[in-house]
Design a protein. Structure first.
Length: 331
């Protein structure tokens, strides 16, 4: 994680807000992560990540959301240990081979960042840390907040497809089930509402939500919770319930910009997933949705806090795990 000096350096013209959560490079958390972990061993680490993510997004701007999603999917399966990046085999499929992860993108970008870091500081910076810093930079480069990322994670040697079962939230969970799942990852109900705001970036495959618009109850109907005009627009975009090629913007008209418009869409019932609509089915969650819809600065501040909370989950530090030379392969 950057010192205060590097944090100032990372303040980009496109970043709407710099959220300073840590005031000293010496702060640590209970998991053993700390600010300035690479200060002596690879002082330019975060600058290298930022440079490479900037290059990648200039060529492929739609990777903004996917880079954030990679970090989320990594942390929710056995903790933030870089395991989502490992390749599997036909006989031993890895996390990235599991159904919920088949639509993940951005692996090549992470590999390029890792190659640059290996050239500058061989065997020092973990793939798990790259995911955390890259997610932050993708948000900041999308006019969102920049926030300090504690570093010091090490990489797992394990990645098993079946470990994703029950770990990643499917798009149909109730608000109670969602809160329970997030709590199992050390995250509060508030963290859940805040992190849902990441849906302001990116797209989703029609097949992931099409039952809500084409066959919600099995009788060719749409989810009554959805705005009818929104349903009509989605039907003109998606080619049917089995359309696995068409992508829909999760935050129409603003899917490349990190802002609070997602929460405004939730209130209008114009979201793709049932888990988005579920935020309105709990009084406390709904109140937070309204607050963030009205106050983008508050959302930005809370997003940095919740991302740090998520990034601390079940990390490997010290002598556990390894520092991979290539993010897709164990050493």
């Amino acid at each position: 994680m950057a010192s205060r000096g590097l944090l100032v350096e990372l303040l980009l013209p496109s970043a709407a807000l710099l959220v300073v959560l840590l005031l000293s490079a010496g702060l640590t958390d209970a998991q053993g992560l700390k600010a300035g972990f690479y200060k002596n061993t690879c002082p330019g680490a975060e600058k290298i990540v930022l440079e490479e993510i900037t290059k990648a997004l200039s060529v492929a701007p739609t990777l903004r959301g996917p880079l954030v999603r990679l970090h989320f999917h990594d942390c929710f399966v056995n903790g933030c240990d870089g395991s989502v990046l490992l390749n599997g085999t036909k006989s031993s499929p890895a996390e990235k081979d599991a159904l919920p992860n088949l639509s993940l993108r951005g692996f090549a970008v992470i590999d390029r960042v890792k190659a640059k870091l290996e050239k500058a500081c061989p065997g020092v910076v973990s793939c798990a840390d790259i995911l955390a810093v890259a997610a932050r930079d993708a948000v900041a480069l999308s006019k969102g907040p920049s926030y300090p990322v504690l570093t010091g994670r090490r990489d797992s040697r394990r990645s098993v497809s079946n470990d994703t079962n029950g770990s990643l939230p499917p798009p149909f969970l109730s608000i109670t089930q969602l809160h329970t799942l997030f709590a199992s990852k050390g995250l509060s109900a508030k963290d859940h509402v805040v992190l849902s705001g990441a849906h302001t970036l990116g797209t989703a495959n029609c097949a992931a939500f099409s039952p809500r618009i084409f066959n919600f109850t099995g009788r060719g109907d749409a989810d009554p919770a959805l705005d009818k005009n929104y349903v009509a627009k989605l039907k003109t975009k998606c080619k049917g319930i089995s359309d696995q090629t068409t992508l829909a913007e999760m935050d129409p008209g603003s899917f490349l910009t990190f802002d609070s418009s997602y929460y405004k869409l939730v209130l209008k019932r114009r979201t793709l997933f049932g888990t988005d609509d579920a935020l309105l089915r709990d009084a406390t969650a709904k109140a937070l949705v309204q607050r963030f819809a009205d106050n983008q600065s508050e959302f930005f501040k809370e997003f940095g806090v919740s991302m740090v909370n998520m990034g601390n989950f079940q990390v490997l530090t010290g002598t556990r795990g390894e520092i991979r030379k290539h993010c897709a392969l164990v050493n």
